[in-house]
Design a protein around this ligand. Structure first.
Ligand SMILES: NC(=O)C1=CN([C@@H]2O[C@H](COP(=O)(O)OP(=O)(O)OC[C@H]3O[C@@H](n4cnc5c(N)ncnc54)[C@H](OP(=O)(O)O)[C@@H]3O)[C@@H](O)[C@H]2O)[C@@H](O)CC1
Ligand SMILES: Nc1ncnc2c1ncn2[C@@H]1O[C@H](COP(=O)(O)OP(=O)(O)OP(=O)(O)O)[C@@H](O)[C@H]1O
Ligand SMILES: [Mg+2]
Length: 375
């Protein structure tokens, strides 16, 4: 800059000073907008620990959310009351993802965890764990003749529908694949879940489906989308017809959630950003530098459980509840995100570079216990 000034005329210098002033004004208006967002998005559950680092989003006290919504272990409760979760996913290519999501739901504390997958994925998933209830009901195009498609599709739907009302939450997409016939059947499952008011967490290939058919979830407040960096890019391009804007990530995730009619979006990354179109919360605590595949699947299974618990907590209308946020989908995302990140950080401290998804799952229980002891 000093060097440039030497070779500039006074007219050029005054132009430069005008440009600088404009930049200052612009940055101060950005600052004011950030301050406004912080004030208007904040609530009783927030604290300002990280505001210095990221003025554009509100870091949330995730541990106190977890403590508030996790139900007490009570000898009077019967099986099922702590949550019945179903994962719709698992095909020829992917058997790990639905397993990770379903077993994580159990390790967090759900009572029952089901998997609805294709016929050839089922024996593999069953062999990973006897804890999971596995339904080999989904079909891919290669195994269905054209003339049988309508019949098979209604059969698949009937199989899932038998159970639908018993589920507290569906996780749709981990390891689902992208077969068009299978995705058509899953679209119907989503429509039925909406009709019966069953919450849905959409992840992985479920996001591929929903991004191309946004009406499936649009306006459904009990829908959570958990995009990773690629999935978020596709969603932003499709729904907002723009590029991802990392400089104004808070505003963009807010606009995206609003545009999809108030669904909750959990944008995964270095910090997780959560928005339902009204508020934006960020979860940055804990975390691990290992990016092994499958961590998003742990997250989707965990969010499903916490969302169910948050719904129960809100329905019970506990007068002592200190939660200012009343959206169970947002609360579920905050809790699921913090839990996944804590388990990953504990696993990393033990296993370092060799940490894999199974190691993280093993630390879900201890991580929850540290925050919210069982007795
Ligand atoms: N152990 C397991 O079983 C695990 C299984 N997992 C499961 O994997 C599935 C995909 O999830 P992911 O995270 O790889 O998707 P993502 O980052 O968008 O894609 C990366 C790149 O790959 C490409 N691409 C993907 N799928 C494609 C397809 N069917 N056919 C063609 N292209 C495809 C994609 O291309 P694009 O769509 O951008 O053109 C992008 O360039 C999902 O079901 C997930 O749950 C994971 O949970 C990890 C653990
Ligand atoms: N840079 C990061 N630092 C810390 N945590 C991260 C980072 N990136 C992602 N995470 C955490 O890892 C979890 C999974 O996010 P990720 O983006 O890996 O999902 P994904 O690609 O869908 O995973 P999967 O392999 O299961 O499909 C999230 O809970 C997120 O908080
Ligand atoms: Mg994923």
């Amino acid at each position: 800059m000093v060097l440039m000034k030497h070779v500039m005329s006074s007219q050029q210098l005054s132009l430069l000073s005008y440009a600088n002033n404009c930049m200052l004004m612009a940055s101060s208006s950005v600052y004011r907008r950030q301050q406004f967002l912080i004030r208007s998005l904040g609530g009783g559950i927030d604290h300002s620990r990280n505001m210095q680092q990221d003025l554009r989003s509100v870091e949330v006290d995730a541990e106190s959310v977890i403590r508030s919504i996790t139900p007490a272990l009570d000898l009077t409760r019967h099986k099922g009351q702590a949550g019945k979760i179903a994962v719709i996913g698992g095909c020829r290519e992917y058997t790990g993802a639905p397993y990770f999501a379903a077993i994580s739901a159990l390790k967090i504390g759900a009572d029952l965890s089901h998997v609805f997958c294709t016929k050839d994925a089922a024996p593999v998933i069953k062999s990973y764990s006897p804890e999971l209830i596995v339904h080999p009901v989904l079909e891919e195009s290669y195994s269905v003749r054209e003339e049988d498609k309508k019949f098979i599709s209604s059969k698949v739907l009937a199989e899932v529908d038998k159970w639908m009302e018993r589920f507290d939450c569906l996780v749709i997409g981990p390891g689902l694949g992208r077969d068009p016939f299978l995705l058509d059947c899953v679209s119907e499952i989503i429509r039925h879940a909406r009709q019966t008011n069953v919450p849905i967490v959409i992840d992985g290939d479920g996001l591929f489906l929903v991004t191309n058919n946004i009406d499936l979830v649009s306006g459904y407040a009990l829908a959570v989308l958990t995009p990773n960096v690629n999935e978020y890019k596709r969603l932003v391009e499709k729904v907002l017809s723009s590029e991802v804007n990392d400089a104004d990530a808070t505003q963009q995730v807010l606009s995206l959630a609003k545009k999809i009619g108030g669904v909750t979006i959990l944008k995964k990354g270095k910090s997780d950003l959560i928005s339902d179109g009204d508020t934006v919360k960020s979860v940055s605590i804990y975390g691990s530098p290992r990016r092994c595949g499958g961590q998003g699947d742990i997250l989707s299974g965990s969010v499903a459980v916490f969302l169910s618990w948050a719904r129960q907590h809100i329905k019970a209308a506990d007068p002592n509840s200190n939660l200012s946020c009343k959206n169970p989908a947002v609360l579920g995302c905050i809790a699921g995100s913090a839990m996944m990140r804590k388990a990953a950080s504990v696993a990393f401290s033990h296993k370092k570079r060799s940490t894999i998804t199974g190691d993280i799952i093993e630390f879900l229980g201890k991580s929850l216990e540290d925050i919210c002891p069982a007795t």
